[in-house]
Design a binder for this molecule. Structure first.
Ligand code: ADP
Ligand code: MG
Length: 236
């Protein structure tokens, strides 16, 4: 068994923040309920990835996080499973609007996130719907009207649906900005800021990014409260 320090050194993890909890290096250490552990084992995963190991215990403390890690490092379950745990603690009536909101830059990524949420969340009876552009709004609105615990959305389409007053974000208490650098590169900053204005200030906010340029730092400083920063590898 590696100490927290040795595990972080081996996996090039650096953390910045007060009293950062040690990484959860095995699934058994996570305290996740058996139905979630079962899905993880069914998927054939043998251990948390470094970003999961270090960000799960922080997210489970309901703290804000900025995670900087390259693609393919397992960030999706890094925020989804703590999102499921959040839902188990405080699930609202899905008819009033989602409790968990994930913003993602593209339709393709958003549907991948939804697939992962459905696969790993179905045993916890978690519902998830996806909103993205380039497709008619009708079916998405119909899905939305059925109620969803988790909404995964691209900023453009979500903003359109907000302007139509067909979704309320007043119940959101767990907000994820996935691939934040890419969303900013795509020019979504105004939409993101409008969306976040509709989300209550009392919330947990998690930001995932592959790079850490000035623009991303700025939006992180504006939207997150005293976040713990987790870097994997030598990205800065
Ligand atoms: P990222 O968002 O960092 O690019 P993803 O969340 O898309 O990465 O994960 C990349 C792949 O790794 C996916 O196929 C995912 O199912 C898989 N994966 C996630 N967690 C683990 C794990 N603990 N062990 C093995 N594979 C995993
Ligand atoms: Mg990803």
């Amino acid at each position: 068994i590696l100490s927290a320090e040795a595990y972080r050194r081996r996996h090039e993890i650096t953390v910045t923040g007060d009293e950062v909890p040690p990484p959860l290096t095995s699934f058994e250490d996570t305290g996740f309920p058996s139905e979630i552990l079962r899905e993880v084992h069914n998927a054939g995963f043998s251990a948390p990835t470094p970003i999961q190991a270090q960000s799960w215990p922080i997210a489970l403390q309901s703290r804000d996080i900025v995670a900087i890690a390259k693609t393919g490092s397992g960030k999706t379950l890094g925020y989804l499973i703590p999102g499921f745990m959040h839902l188990r603690r405080c699930r609202n009536d899905a008819q009033l609007g989602p409790t968990v909101l994930v913003l993602s830059p593209t339709r393709e990524l958003a549907t991948q996130i939804q697939d992962e949420a459905v696969k790993f969340g179905k045993s916890s009876r978690i519902s998830c719907t996806c909103l993205y552009g380039g497709a008619p709004k009708g079916p998405q609105l119909k899905e939305l009207d059925r109620g969803a615990d988790i909404v995964v959305a691209t900023p453009g389409r979500l903003n359109d649906i907000l302007e139509m007053r067909r979704i309320s974000l007043s119940q959101v208490s767990y907000l994820v900005l996935d691939e934040a650098d890419r969303m900013l590169d795509m020019g979504f900053e105004p939409q993101i800021r409008k969306i976040v204005k509709e989300v209550p200030a009392r919330r947990q906010t998690l930001m995932y990014t592959a790079t850490w340029p000035k623009e991303v730092r700025k939006i992180a400083a504006d939207l997150l409260v005293n976040p713990v920063q987790v870097n994997i590898g030598n990205v800065d």
